[in-house]
Write a new protein. Structure first.
Lengths: 428, 171
């Protein structure tokens, strides 16, 4: 009965339009009041869930991404990408994929990625004769790779939701190869569509131009190295690496690129605080939900339910993927991760999936959801920049969607994609 | 050319000011936390003396940054929610539903205030390790944030009754 109250009140509040964090909190309160337990237990859980040192990495990653977004690194990355792959058929589409991947590595956020790259690349592509739907689809899909990058705050959220079953270092290492797989899939999709539509090839600017653009973009890209190297080598914790990334981003955009003004800086800080408040409150109240889910053994119930349908790991992983994808289309990334991890991680582990691999599968599913209505945040931003409707973009989305699903299936069914690098690093 | 400043009620003026101060406080808090964690790294590798207070102080401060930032998010309607179903209903009903949503959010704010007070009071005599302040400081942001959430939700409710909108205090 308690579980029914929890589920019905949560879903009812969500459908009513109550923000996710408050819907979780109110549903948990209804349930605990029915149980006759003191409400303070829930708030104690909430505050404990927010009192973890690695939790601090989230606002730092968000702030570092905002600084890079407002600090003018986007232009340098686009120049670099154009000089490297712009001469291939459909060069601007290919450049867009590479630029989104590089900026995704710097910002760790698909939303920041599509805002920064989209505002530069989409108008540029339209101006050079590319169709708006192609420009938007390439940008919104390629930007999703940001969720798998070492700077991704969603990785920290997953690590927290997994309750210490996977270290942030392992998860970051696990994301590197899938990020490359996703990028390659996107490059193939962008290339095939460019061929079929007869988009032209650009001109190779020469190796000296490539080197010049690389030197200009390199200081910005170093932030990925700082975080990856710092965490993987164990020199810094994830939180310390993220704090150093913030300080580095501030110094870089202020003194080297000289693009950061006081106004931009305050805007970046204010946006970071706003996102931090929203995301971290969600994490806090999700601890309430996780407490109740554990109390009622929801993971076991869900596992039993799935095993009634099939006991084959292939089928179970497919079902989990479908459920995660469907939830991801309705909910924000952080909400999906926080609600689904305690339920589906134990099931995935029972069928032999490593928690780090499951984290990457979860992130790709959530990323797919970001590009699917009704709550397709990156798609909405891309369409707004491209001046095109979601319906028009959806008509030609299949090659790009197919590429993402191919990447998702590879990461789901071939553990080596996610686990090779962390396993290799553990041996070194 | 004359610029007409919008006329706000006293309640709105107070809330605008609270939201702005809350935002400045949270931004400053974020900078302080970054400085503390950076100093921790500096202390460990350069001074060879890792400050023991740094981690615990940063953990207390992040509660203030987060919870006050989240409260300001309520005023700015920045919280993540599913609005797609609301779009389907007529405007008049949508307004009624939005009023209910703000009342529900205010209820959660009230629960934050009440339970934050209960929890804070229960641990007030204990000291936070390495920081030397009462444990109650960890629960104070819950009370402050809950209070702000109540005020901001009521402001949204009143705006809906009047047929106006709450203007964000910061961008």
């Amino acid at each position: 009965m308690e579980l029914t109250i929890l589920c019905i009140s949560f879903i009812g509040l969500l459908l009513l339009g109550v923000p996710v964090a408050f819907a979780i909190g109110l549903a948990a309160i209804c349930t605990i009041l029915y149980e006759g337990l003191p409400m303070a237990v829930l708030f104690q859980q909430m505050m404990s869930g927010m009192n973890i040192f690695s939790f601090l990495a989230i606002p730092f990653f968000i702030f570092s991404g905002e600084l890079m977004l407002h600090g003018g690194i986007a232009d340098k990355i686009v120049t670099l990408a154009r000089s490297v792959v712009g001469h291939i058929r459909g060069g601007l589409g290919m450049s867009n994929v590479v630029a989104c991947t590089l900026f995704g590595g710097v910002s760790g956020s698909p939303v920041a990625d599509v805002s920064a790259m989209g505002s530069v690349m989409i108008p540029m592509m339209k101006k050079e004769g590319y169709h708006a739907d192609y420009a938007v689809n390439v940008t919104t899909h390629a930007s999703l790779v940001g969720a798998l990058m070492p700077t991704s705050h969603n990785m920290i959220i997953y690590s927290l939701a997994a309750g210490g079953q996977v270290s942030i270092g392992t998860l970051i290492a696990a994301g590197v190869v899938p990020a490359l797989v996703l990028t390659i899939c996107m490059l193939v999709a962008a290339y095939c569509v460019a061929i079929s539509r007869g988009y032209p090839a650009g001109r190779f600017p020469g190796w000296s131009a490539v080197m010049r653009s690389l030197v200009a973009a390199l200081p910005g890209l170093l932030v990925i190295v700082i975080i990856l190297a710092g965490i993987v080598t164990g020199v810094f914790t994830a939180t310390e690496s993220a704090a150093i990334a913030v300080v580095y981003s501030m110094l870089l955009t202020t003194f080297i690129y000289r693009t950061m003004t006081r106004q931009k800086f305050l805007k970046a800080a204010a946006r970071a605080v706003k996102t931090t408040g929203v995301v971290l409150l969600l994490i806090g109240v999700s601890t309430m939900l996780q407490y109740l889910l554990a109390l009622y053994g929801v993971a076991d119930l869900a596992g039993d339910l799935l095993s009634h349908i099939s006991t084959s790991p292939w089928a179970v992983f497919l079902m989990i993927n479908i459920i995660l994808f469907l939830l991801g289309t309705f909910m924000d990334m952080a909400s999906t991760i926080l609600i689904c991890t305690p339920i589906f991680l134990p099931i995935a582990m029972k069928y032999g999936m490593d928690p780090a691999q499951f984290g990457i599968v979860m992130l790709i599913n959530c990323a797919l959801g970001l590009n699917t209505p009704p709550v397709g945040t990156t798609q909405f931003i891309g369409c707004a920049i491209g001046g095109i409707s979601v319906g028009q973009v959806m008509k030609t989305i299949m090659p790009f969607y197919g590429a993402l699903i191919a990447a998702l299936l590879m990461v789901t069914y071939v553990p080596a994609f996610s686990m090779w690098l962390p396993n290799w690093l553990a041996k070194v | 050319m004359s610029t007409n400043k919008p006329q706000y009620s006293i309640f709105t003026r107070i809330n605008r000011r609270l939201a702005r101060y809350g935002m400045f406080f949270s931004v400053t808090g974020l900078f302080v936390i970054i400085a503390i964690v950076s100093y921790q790294v500096f202390g460990r590798y350069v001074l060879n003396d890792s400050p023991t207070w740094a981690e615990n102080l940063a953990l207390v401060l992040i509660l203030y940054v987060t919870l006050i930032g989240a409260a300001v998010g309520v005023r700015d309607a920045g919280h993540i929610g599913m609005e797609s179903l609301l779009i389907l209903v007529p405007v008049r009903i949508r307004h009624k539903i939005e009023m209910i949503i703000h009342l529900l959010v205010a209820t959660f704010g009230a629960a934050m205030v009440y339970n934050g007070y209960i929890l804070g009071e229960s641990v007030a005599s204990y000291q936070l390790a390495n920081v030397g302040i009462s444990e109650a400081w960890r629960y104070l942001p819950l009370v402050l944030s809950g209070g702000l959430i109540i005020l901001f939700s009521i402001e949204h409710f009143i705006a809906l009754v009047k047929g106006t909108e709450v203007e964000p205090a910061w961008n």
